[in-house]
Structure formats: C-alpha cells, structure tokens
Design a protein around this ligand. Structure first.
Ligand code: HEC
Length: 162
C-alpha cells in the first residue's frame, strides 16, 4: 500500500514537472514570435506618401490622355494606399485625418466611370487641394502638392492602346 502511494506520488510529480516544461517552452515560443513581429518591416507613413505621390501624378496623365482604364487603376492604387495607412498606422493622429481624401477620390471614380474629362479635372484639383489641406493640418504646410507638368516616369506610356 505504502509502495503504491509512493509510486503514485512520483508519477504525479513527474506529470507536474512535464507541464512546467511545456509552459516554459510555449513561453519561449511566444517570446521569439513577439521579437520577430517587432522586427518585421512596416512601411512608414512617409513610405506610403511616396507611393501616393507617384500614383497621384500617374493619375493625372492617365486622365489627360483619357486612358480611363489606367486612371481607374491609379485611383484604386491610391485607395489601397489609404487603406494600408489605416491598417498599418492605426490610431495615429495623422491617420484620423486621412479619410478626408475619400470624397475627391470618389468624385474622380465617378468621372472615370462617365469618361467625363471636365469632372475629372475639377475632381483632380479638389484632390490636390485636399492633399495640401491635410499637410497643413499636420503642420507640414511646406509639403506642397500640385498638378504635375511632366509624366513621372519615362518608361511608362500613359496614352491608351490604339
Ligand atoms: C493624413 C493627411 C494626409 C493626406 C490626406 C495626404 N498626406 Fe501627404 N503627408 C502626410 C504626412 C503626415 C506626411 C509626412 C510623412 C512622414 O512623416 O514621413 C506626408 C508627406 C507627404 C509627402 C512628402 C514625401 C517626401 O519625402 O517628400 C508627399 C510628396 C505627400 N505627402 C504627398 C501627398 C499627396 C500627393 C496627397 C494627396 C493625394 C497626400 N500627400 C495626402 C499626410 C497626408
């Protein structure tokens, strides 16, 4: 009887020990995953703005040449970048302001759908004004966006396929 009790107690201790080992090993895995997450590359707000700047410019030339398919593509690239800012920079003061860009983007989308050059031009001006309005709101009024004079890339043809 005494012997059985001793065996049972030893088994119990052994099981307990194994559990502690498992917990420790899980904690180690969590720590290592947390470290990996911390070191994952996350584009900065400025990186997204650089991409937005390029698509803003391309959008102008797509509209200028009435390349509506490309214009539609560029508007969606801009929308995606906005969504990414909202996702990757959630909670930042600047991110709370980014939504102001949606009404002019929606208006440009409508112009593209209607292939309406006049509406495209006025919506584009309103989009550019909104870029600057936000830069002012975040005390970066020295970042001044304007309608581009020349295409941003010489290795892309902005005219529609003939
Ligand atoms: C949240 C409001 C907001 C809106 C809307 C916005 N920006 Fe910005 N923009 C910023 C902030 C904040 C920065 C500074 C980012 C940083 O810290 O690097 C910035 C920086 C920039 C820069 C500077 C990048 C550089 O290195 O010179 C450019 C260019 C730019 N934005 C273009 C645009 C364009 C084009 C639009 C409109 C299509 C736009 N932005 C709309 C907030 C905004």
């Amino acid at each position: 009887m005494k012997k059985t009790l001793l065996i049972l107690m030893t088994l119990g201790l052994f099981a307990c020990d194994q559990q502690t080992n498992q917990t420790q090993s899980l904690q180690k895995q969590i720590d290592s995953l947390e470290k990996k997450l911390e070191n994952t590359y996350k584009p900065g707000f400025g990186d997204f703005m650089g991409s937005i700047q390029a698509h803003h410019s391309k959008l102008w030339f797509a509209g200028l040449y009435e390349n509506w398919d490309l214009a539609d593509f560029e508007v969606h690239e801009l929308m995606e970048a906005i969504e990414d800012i909202e996702k990757f920079h959630e909670g930042r003061e600047e991110t709370l302001l980014i939504g102001m860009i949606m009404p002019p983007l929606d208006s440009i989308s409508k112009a593209i759908e209607q292939k309406n050059t006049a509406l495209f031009n006025s919506s584009y001006t309103s989009l550019t004004n909104t870029c600057n309005q936000c830069h002012k709101a975040v005390d970066m009024e020295y970042i001044i966006v304007k309608t581009p004079d020349t295409p941003p890339f010489s290795n892309q043809d902005f005219q529609p396929l003939k």
